[in-house]
Design a protein around this ligand. Structure first.
Ligand code: NDP
Ligand code: X2W
Length: 347
């Protein structure tokens, strides 16, 4: 049995973790924490859990949580995972942080983009970036996992086969244009995410300064082995879940559309959660809703010399809770797909 606590269980990613873990026979949910809803039953706050998860939300008692649980999922705003990971490490327990506190390897870069001091530089050094398709062996041995950002996951999976080839694309030619549903912004009240503001509308935000930019560049640089800079623009679209990223890059000479498509098919042939669509097919967010899947469409435009990749994920699943559970499975020596194999909803 794996003993689990979820810190921030009443947020969108926290409650998605409850959905994924609540009925697993190999998992015991010890503590579900929330400041606002402490003392209330989670199934009354979220009726989709009725009859399945009978826990009452609690204030965080860090001593208790790190005594009782083998692994602690932290689903809090950035900055808040640092003391939790410190205590868990002292007690020999594992942490999976869904936020950004352990993603950027350089504490100064984290402080510049997130505007909070990084108080755990040693843990940051030890933390493993939790993208299984990139380095699942490192995840198996990790004690602190930095679960990747949602936009970041869609973009990294879209570019990884090409980056690993080192010289198939011009590194600084990459443009990532991403669209997210509003659950990406979390559950906390915010005027910009009101139905009246979002409905029938579509807008760009964070243009030229979104905080996922350094995270994407850090991983692409590792994959390619050369400094890589990208242009990243996120957009907000009126849907609850889902991310669609359209990625463009200039291809170096001599590669054909068939060759590039074959590269993607081969790279992901054994990956349980990445599906490369047949040439000429393009993915849609609806196909991955509620699943841990990433679907990719890819082509090469010989006229412009650019590769075009379209990548879709569910931001709360492969972009957050699903990927976090995939990481937990790896850390505990389970089949990576445990509790995560599902077909999407349609329509
Ligand atoms: N939404 C998404 O698609 C994704 C989110 N993430 C990351 O996951 C983390 C959680 O995101 P999400 O679930 O969307 O966020 P939500 O805003 O939906 O939930 C946040 C949770 O944290 C608690 N919380 C909020 N503020 C504080 C605080 N100051 N101190 C302690 N607890 C607090 C809230 O409950 P209460 O206030 O009652 O304590 C709530 O349970 C964030 O770091 C986010 O960046 C990562 C990938 C995708
Ligand atoms: C639509 C929306 O607002 N999305 C969020 C990104 C999702 C998120 O929570 O950020 P992390 O993945 O880094 O944790 C944003 O742009 O800030």
């Amino acid at each position: 049995m794996i003993h689990v606590s979820i810190i921030g269980a009443t947020g969108y990613t926290g409650v998605e973790l409850v959905r994924l873990l609540g009925l697993r026979e190999d998992v015991v949910l010890d503590h579900l924490t929330s400041r606002t809803y402490a003392g209330q039953k989670i199934q009354h706050l979220f009726p989709h859990l009725l009859g399945n998860v009978d826990h009452t939300c609690e204030e965080l008692d860090l001593e208790q949580v790190t005594t009782d649980s083998d692994v602690i999922f932290v689903a809090l705003p950035h900055g808040h995972a640092l003391p939790i990971a410190k205590k868990a490490k002292e007690k020999g327990k594992k942490v999976i942080d869904l936020g950004a506190d352990f993603r950027l390897k350089d504490a100064a870069v984290y402080e510049e983009w997130y505007k909070v001091p990084h108080t755990e530089p040693k843990l940051l050094e030890e933390a493993v970036y939790g993208l299984p398709e990139w380095d699942r062996d490192a995840i198996k041995d990790a004690t602190v996992i930095a679960n990747p950002g949602c936009f970041v996951t869609s973009i990294l999976l879209g570019l990884m086969p090409l980056m690993k080839k080192k010289d198939w694309i011009v590194p600084n030619s990459i443009i990532c244009d991403s669209k997210s549903g509003t659950s990406g912004a979390g559950r906390a009240g915010n005027v910009a995410n009101l139905f009246t503001e979002v409905e029938s509308s579509f807008k760009a935000y964070g243009v030229a300064h979104h905080r996922h930019t350094p995270e994407i560049e850090q991983l692409l640089t590792q994959m390619a082995g050369t400094d890589t800079m990208i242009q990243f623009t996120p957009h907000l679209v009126p849907m609850s879940r889902g991310i669609l990223s359209t990625i463009y890059a200039t291809v170096t000479g001599g590669h054909t559309a068939d060759e590039i498509h074959a590269l993607f098919e081969e790279a992901y042939a054994d990956e349980p959660f990445v599906q490369v669509l047949p040439a000429g097919m393009w993915p849609m967010t609806k196909s991955v809703k509620g699943t841990n899947n990433c679907q990719l469409g890819v082509t090469y435009d010989e006229r412009t010399g650019r590769v075009i990749i379209v990548s879709v994920i569910d931001n709360l699943m492969k972009g957050a809770a699903g990927q976090a559970v995939q990481n937990m499975n790896l850390m505990f020596g389970l089949a990576e797909t445990t509790g995560l194999q599902m077909i999407g909803l349609f329509p």
